[in-house]
Design a protein around this ligand. Structure first.
Ligand code: FES
Length: 147
């Protein structure tokens, strides 16, 4: 059912953890399955993603897609990171079963939410970036953020 790459990233997730004083943090949740993903970005003065970490409370595919998404954005300028879609993450994992595609969407959204947080903190706007739909702030439940 799962590709070897998915199993590998699930069993040996890359960049798991958190970044203290991150430039941007994004937390998103899927109201249906209840899974939550948080991405931390460390962005330098040239808007390059110097470091990235994730924490995911979710299914195996969510862990694997978080891991792959962090690998794809690490070292990239923020504009490049913006182009990484959920299907790019799924493709990089050699595919996901159709019922698990929403898990990769969580990875795309978590990155966007972290970039949004970074942009807000720095008073800048990032081309093509919109306010995340399912961003969850600390202490806030995701009830209204159904999509
Ligand atoms: Fe919810 Fe995978 S089942 S993120």
């Amino acid at each position: 059912m799962y590709s070897e790459k998915v199993m590998d990233h699930f069993q040996n997730p890359r960049n798991m953890g958190e970044i203290e004083d991150a430039s941007g943090v994004g937390t998103v949740g899927n109201a249906k399955c209840g899974d939550i993903m948080r991405i931390y970005l460390d962005i330098d003065e040239n808007q390059i993603i110097r470091d990235v970490k994730f924490k995911t409370f979710g299914c195996g595919a969510a862990v694997a897609t978080s891991s792959m998404a962090t690998e794809l954005v690490k070292g990239k300028p923020i504009q490049e990171a913006m182009k990484i879609t959920n299907s790019a993450v799924a493709e990089a994992l050699d595919g996901l079963p159709p019922v698990k595609m929403h898990c990769s969407l969580l990875a795309e959204e978590a990155i966007h939410a972290a970039l949004w947080d970074y942009a807000q903190k720095h008073g800048i706007s990032i081309e093509g970036l919109q306010k995340p739909k399912s961003d969850i702030h600390d202490g806030e439940e995701s009830e209204e953020e159904v999509y």
